[in-house]
Write a protein that binds this ligand. Structure first.
Ligand code: AVI
Length: 332
């Protein structure tokens, strides 16, 4: 239960108090400002992007292996069963732009069917991408490859090195669910603008299902998702020089049916104070920091979202239980 009482927040000058943290901050000024604003808000929150430091990324990979976390294997099953159908819908010779490509494995498994003319993996970590692309280029020498290191979540324009015709955005993994529906529409509008008139989108979307299945996927028995969530506190300590004590917090995740989303929070186990250079906040026992939302859609509600963004749905493929959908949408 979330406690509703005025939060005890103090913004302090680093020089005016000897109670504030002496830890060094490693984040940029913009990152420190963003995190501080969230921690000092009445209902504290952080952006889910801070879940992904190097340990967080490894924990997310482990989540994808968990029996409870059905999205990864369900989507992989849909690609395996309907990849040829998808290739027919999209056609050979596209420029495949892979958003959040990571190790490029998902897209690469579709190359023999999709036969793109160009492959453009996009990820924040360009160095990581370059290693993966160098290996891929040897396996698929006929595909032109150009890696882009950028944060595409807040809008982007593609450089001239990306072919202008037949641009197909590839956005698997239901990452679209980590945007609010309003943010998702504006993100998809950005893709639509970059896709041009002959472009499209191949996207993975997690669907609403039995709430117990959803709850378990984000609160697994081994506690890997809990570790993933709690690890954010270590990352915040590094970025803003805070003194979060991970042992004082617990992972909370549940499906909020009214908002059609999984919510992840970190909840204070006892009354505590968190300090960092420039700020300090008291948390009551049971008070939470909201760390992530993962929106779940019906087929109809996601098609409506795509339409709002200027896409027309061409085909949709789902698993036999209707838990997950892969959609090909065309620029309408
Ligand atoms: C990356 N994203 C699609 C995952 C999700 O399911 O929302 C992140 C995640 N959070 C907890 N478990 C997985």
């Amino acid at each position: 239960m979330q406690l509703s009482r005025a939060p005890a927040i103090r913004v302090v000058s680093p020089l005016a108090s000897n109670t504030v943290s002496q830890r060094p901050a490693h984040g940029s000024a913009a990152v420190i400002k963003e995190i501080t604003e969230g921690l000092l808000a009445d209902a504290a929150y952080t952006s889910p992007k801070f879940l992904y430091d190097s340990l967080g990324s490894k924990l997310f990979e482990a989540i994808c292996e968990l029996p409870e976390y059905y999205p990864t294997r369900t989507e992989a099953g849909i690609f395996a069963a309907y990849g040829a159908d998808m290739a027919n819908a999209i056609g050979a010779g596209s420029s495949l732009i892979d958003l959040g490509a990571g190790n490029c494995a998902k897209a690469a498994s579709l190359f023999p069917l999709l036969k793109p003319a160009q492959y453009v993996p996009v990820d924040i970590s360009r160095d990581f991408l370059l290693g993966a692309v160098a290996q891929l280029q040897q396996r698929f020498p006929q595909i032109e490859m150009t890696a882009l290191g950028l944060d595409f979540s807040s809008g982007f324009a593609l450089p001239d090195s990306v072919r202008g015709e037949r641009r197909v955005f590839f956005y698997p993994g239901s990452s679209i669910g980590n945007f609010s529906p309003e943010q998702a529409v504006s993100f998809l509008r950005g893709l639509r603008a970059n896709a041009g008139e002959d472009g499209g989108l191949l996207i993975g979307v997690d669907l609403i299902k039995d709430h117990a299945v959803l709850d378990a996927a984000y609160d697994d028995a081994l506690g890997v998702t809990g570790a993933f969530n709690l690890n954010m506190l270590r990352h915040l300590n590094h970025l803003i020089g805070a003194d979060f004590d991970v042992g004082q917090w617990k992972h909370v995740a549940f499906f909020n049916a009214d908002r059609s989303r999984i919510e992840m929070h970190l909840e204070a186990r006892c009354p505590l104070t968190v300090s960092w250079p420039g700020g300090e906040r008291d948390f009551a026992r049971g008070e939470r920091i909201h760390t992530e939302d993962s929106y779940k859609y019906t087929r109809q509600s996601f098609v409506a979202l795509l339409e709002k963004a200027g896409f027309a749905t061409s085909r949709m493929w789902t698993d036999k239980d209707g838990w997950f959908a892969v959609i090909h949408a065309r620029a309408s």
